[in-house]
Design a protein around this ligand. Sequence first.
Ligand SMILES: [Zn+2]
Length: 243
Amino acid sequence: MEKIIVAIDAGHGGKDPGAIGISKVQEKDITFKISKQLEHTLNKSKLFKVVMIRNGNYYVPISKRTKIAKKNHANVLISIHTNSSANSKTSGLSIWVLSKRKINSEVLYWPKKNIKNKKNSDKDQYNKHKKNAKNRIKSEFLDFQSHYVQKSGYIIATNIIKELKHVKNLHKTQYPKNANFGILKSPYFPSILIETGFISNQLDEKKLKNKSYQKIIANSIYRGLKKYFFENFKKIYKKGFKN
Ligand SMILES: [Zn+2]
């Protein structure tokens, strides 16, 4: 059976420490530990194969992160972060997916971006394509893909939230939130960003540093992904073709 490729993006790294916790722990270290735990959990399953966007303490720019995922034929990207607030009482977990508006504009601009540095024959091809773009964009592959990416991203995020609900003190999120973070912008695969807790909150920070807690987060993500790819993939695929 062909495996589902999960790109795991440990937020920050190297010269970019991310947020600093109250005990001076750095976000990049927490995100890496949770990501390694997630890698371990997913690799134990026959269903998944992991691609680590960064596999050590080094800096990778956002644009390169999505490129690495695409190059490795990722079916889904999971970006791990911790949140931070000036208010030390703020706590909880949030999950982000790409906003509807942004995905549409990404898809609409996609052909143009990709033609920029190409040969003349490709440009002619593009101009031909452009003539019919209005009608074609609605029915074509990209449209299918944008629906697929958008719907599946939202459903995966919802599944993960359901799995995380039994995690005490980290269940404030009811629905995935929409955002335009750079890491979420790829039109090729669904991307989900998880803020695993507030590093600026004493209780959250303590948990985030705890290995068994990191395992709980990794397991919840794993179960959310498994549920989606087992139960929903066929359904979404068919819906995408109808539109
Ligand atoms: Zn971050």
